[in-house]
Design a protein around this ligand. Structure first.
Ligand code: PLP
Length: 407
């Protein structure tokens, strides 16, 4: 018989979000009267801007005509969209030949692991978006979990004590470093100086950075970098993975992109961009043409304006959530709130308490779903993540309940 991929056997706890969903389901089943509000998973809730939806509808109708029909497109993506991303979001910091259009950032994070194989060393921010580590375990780049973490993975704690920027000296040379900014779950955004440190470290030590910028459009502070390619030296050590999910509400529509600089090389001098092109043309068959028409509309002035308005809406939620957790009741319980106004996530520490314990209390007492920080890595213990994705009315109701909670 065929043996099981040992990566699956090595995966320990279930994926975080299904466990959150399971606890919510169980609670709902035993408390049918409860009106549960989710501030848990980072799923978008607001409708697509009309301008963007219409572009997809028009393209779709066009497909029913002989002139408008097209079949397979270029696997790397529509040339016009690649050009537009390079111009509008990278302002010349990336060339269109370095832009690859995809069906989303998570899918790219999974595919990118085939580029480096199972022998690569991994370094991740701790806490981190779970796919970096779990994906590495599945492909065999990370081994068994020895209780403190997976073999082959260096965890880089990002805590209030180090301003959520890791001590890079723990990273081994020639590692693949996953780095997410604005960060999920902490909401921290690396400054230019911090990213320069990271880039210099990577160049000096033969590392490649996988920079996940999925929340870049939440950055409101003009001093903060929106892409790693704003940093000198990044073109020889970094790949950026990004997405239309959060700025355009494309979580269900599905569209993302990656930037792999032509200057980035493997140890033997071969081009990473060329191999990525090979991965995308072999293991992927191009993003949906209808959706790419939506992506083009996003990058028109009207689309950009509409996306900004939706993000402003979520940031208003975030400000209210921050204020709520800074309230007297949480202060008395010792809660520490971390939020800089440049991400949809509020990261709250409950010193001395376990994350899942706080999660259960908030679910039980307020019927509000959050995400336990420990699910994002050992350094997330005692924290919870609260997501600002939600309708205003739901967030207001959740905050009203939370502000009355006696802890
Ligand atoms: N990267 C981060 C940091 C995320 O939080 C998420 C989704 O929550 C993704 C990537 C996934 O993006 P996509 O919807 O494009 O797959």
């Amino acid at each position: 018989m065929i043996t099981r991929n040992e990566g699956f056997a090595n995966l320990t706890a279930g994926y975080l979000f299904p466990e959150v969903a399971r606890r919510r389901r169980e609670y709902a089943a035993s408390h049918p009267e409860a009106k549960i509000i989710s501030l848990g998973i980072g799923n978008t809730t607001e409708p697509l801007p009309k301008f963007i939806a219409k572009a997809m509808a028009d393209y779709s109708i066009g497909l029913s005509t002989p002139e408008g029909y097209s079949g397979y497109g270029d696997e790397q993506g529509n040339t016009e969209l690649r050009k537009k991303i390079a111009e509008v979001w990278y302002k010349g910091l990336a060339d269109e030949s370095e832009v690859f259009i995809s069906d989303g950032a998570k899918c790219d994070i999974a595919r990118i692991q085939t580029l480096f194989g199972r022998n690569v060393k991994i370094a991740v921010q701790d806490p981190a978006y779970p796919v970096y580590v779990d994906g590495s375990v599945i492909v065999g780049a990370a081994g068994k979990n020895n209780g403190t973490g997976y073999e082959g993975v260096t965890y880089m704690p990002c805590t209030p004590e180090n301003d959520f920027f890791p001590d890079l000296s723990v990273v081994e040379p020639d590692s693949l470093i996953y780095f997410c900014s604005p960060n999920n779950p902490t909401g921290a955004v690396a400054t230019k100086e911090q990213l320069k440190k990271l880039v210099d470290f990577a160049n000096k030590n033969g590392c490649i950075i996988i920079f996940d910028g999925a929340y870049r459009e939440f950055i409101r502070d003009p001093e903060l970098p929106k892409t790693i390619f704003e940093i000198e030296g990044a073109r020889t050590c970094a790949i950026e993975i990004n997405s239309f999910s959060k700025p355009a509400g494309f979580t269900g529509v599905r569209l993302g992109w990656s930037i792999v600089p032509n200057d980035l090389k493997f140890a033997d001098g071969t081009s990473v961009n060329r191999d990525w092109n090979r991965v995308m043309t072999t293991l992927f068959n191009g993003a949906s043409n209808v959706v790419q028409a939506g992506g083009l509309a996003c990058l028109e002035p009207e689309g950009l304006k509409a996306m900004k308005e939706v993000i402003d809406y979520y940031l208003e939620n975030a400000a209210l959530i921050k204020k709520t957790f800074e309230g007297e009741n949480f202060k008395k319980a010792g809660a520490e709130v971390y939020f800089t106004g440049n991400s949809p996530y509020i990261w709250v520490k409950f010193p001395g308490k376990k994350s899942w314990g706080v999660f259960d209390t908030l679910l039980d007492k307020c019927n509000v779903v959050t995400t336990p920080g420990s699910g994002f890595g050992p350094a997330g213990e005692s924290f919870i993540r609260i997501s600002a994705f939600g309708h205003h009315a739901d967030v207001q109701e959740a905050c009203s309940r939370l502000s009355k909670l006696a802890l």
